[in-house]
Design a protein around this ligand. Structure first.
Ligand code: KG4
Ligand code: ZN
Length: 387
């Protein structure tokens, strides 16, 4: 089988991942070793523990990715690794290992931005099914634990170009899911469990006023105060804000006296190694299920409304929704319906490629491989890397 084989390595947060992807379009292996169990007792990712776990997992995870793909180390054409954004210590484990391996094998190494990886998760799967229908410009919503970013993406001769036109001003959407789950005693990570529990509650039971998801765009005010500048000169921004809704959930808990039942739930779930949906349901009353469903509904509606407003303003032809939160069932359904009403095609990665993985890193590296855009020998982790 001809083509270019790239070994991708990802270690930016709490997943140690490696994958082999052929020519940016065929996933030959995709190994993801999750550290959830290690971080669960702390209700969130502990950076020190994450680095230590990556160190333990990286060699077997890479070995398994090659074995699953039926490739030897020598038969790989290049290596790709996440440079950032992410936890510095966690990133360094992947980078140091990738550098050493590339040096030992005498293969080129490509540094990849994690956010670009999430966008390429969509492109990878569409290329695989030979979809030539994707029209540009594309608006990509990258919605994860660390980011809620909007990018205009286009293919240029020397690779891909991205323009950031919006981001969250405070908490990322995934962070809001995680914080609300923690505050309700549901454990970590919150997104997947809120996703499943929401199906059991009434999403219209609790109203979160739109003002709690809104913010004043200070740059627009400044612009208006600057005399002599026309509106055309103002760069439109489509920002998000999700710390207010978390406070609203907390207020609801206090007003309705839910603290005692939350503590009881936290204790009961802590002793179950891998709680199942039945375990959560056993410890959630209707009021809590309704609150969870209403929270998710408010998040999904806000994400879709703001993304579609940006799509209209920028007159894009296609929408991508990617990142961990894009795995959410209600979010996918809501985006599909809302985009269809506007005649806008919307693409998501399959669920395994929505959350962190290394196949997306290997796929994003492919255009860079063709352009011989290789990492300098002294490159290092960039925790706050921008795209
Ligand atoms: O992309 P990702 O795996 O890691 C980051 O780059 O942050 O995203 C992880 C985030 C977490 O906040 C997690 O709670 C959220 O994605 N998430 C979900 C779902 N699955 C993961 N949020 C809502 N619904 C889901 N099904
Ligand atoms: Zn991610």
């Amino acid at each position: 089988m001809a083509g270019c084989y790239i070994l991708g390595i990802e270690s930016s947060c709490d997943e140690t991942a490696a994958a082999v992807v052929r020519s940016g379009e065929e996933v030959l292996s995709n190994v993801v070793f999750s550290q959830i169990a290690v971080h669960q007792p702390y209700g969130g990712v502990v950076p020190e523990l994450a680095s230590r776990e990556h160190l333990k997992a990286i060699v077997p995870v890479v070995r398994k990715a090659l074995a699953d793909a039926g490739r030897s180390y020598q038969s790989i054409d290049a290596l790709a690794v996440t440079q950032g954004p992410g936890l510095a210590g966690a990133l360094l484990v992947g980078i140091s290992y990738a550098k050493a391996l590339a040096f030992a094998l005498d293969k080129p190494l490509i540094a990849v931005n994690h956010l670009e990886g999430h966008i390429h998760a969509v492109l990878l799967e569409e290329r695989h099914i030979d979809n030539r229908e994707i029209k540009f410009p594309v608006l990509a919503l990258v919605v994860s634990g660390g980011h809620t970013h909007l990018y205009l993406a286009e293919q240029r001769a020397a690779g891909w170009a991205y323009k950031n036109i919006g981001h969250t001003r405070d908490d990322a959407a995934g962070e809001a899911f995680d914080k609300v789950a923690k505050l309700l005693g549901l454990g970590y990570p919150g997104g997947p469990i809120i996703d499943r529990l929401s199906m059991q509650g009434d999403p219209s039971a609790v109203r979160f006023p739109a003002a709690q998801l809104k913010h004043r765009d200070r740059r627009l005010d400044q612009h208006r105060n600057q005399k002599g500048k026309g509106d055309a000169e103002f760069e439109p921004r489509f920002d998000f804000s999700y710390s207010g809704i978390k406070t609203s959930v907390l207020r609801y808990v206090e007003i309705h006296g839910l603290q005692a039942s939350i503590e009881a739930r936290r204790k009961a779930l802590a002793v179950i190694e891998k709680p199942k949906l039945e375990d959560y349901l056993l410890h959630c009353d209707t009021k809590t299920l309704n609150l969870v469903a209403s929270f998710q509904r408010a998040m999904v509606e806000d994400l879709a409304a703001k993304t579609l407003a940006a799509a209209r303003a920028c007159d894009v032809a296609t929408l991508f929704v990617t990142g961990g939160v894009a795995a959410n069932h209600e979010l996918r359904q809501h985006f599909e319906q809302a985009a269809a009403r506007e005649g806008l095609p919307v693409y998501f990665p399959s669920r395994p490629l929505s959350t962190d993985n290394a196949a997306m890193i290997a796929a994003a590296a492919y255009p860079k491989f063709l352009a011989e855009d290789f990492a300098a020998e002294d490159f290092s982790a960039e925790a706050a890397m921008k795209l």
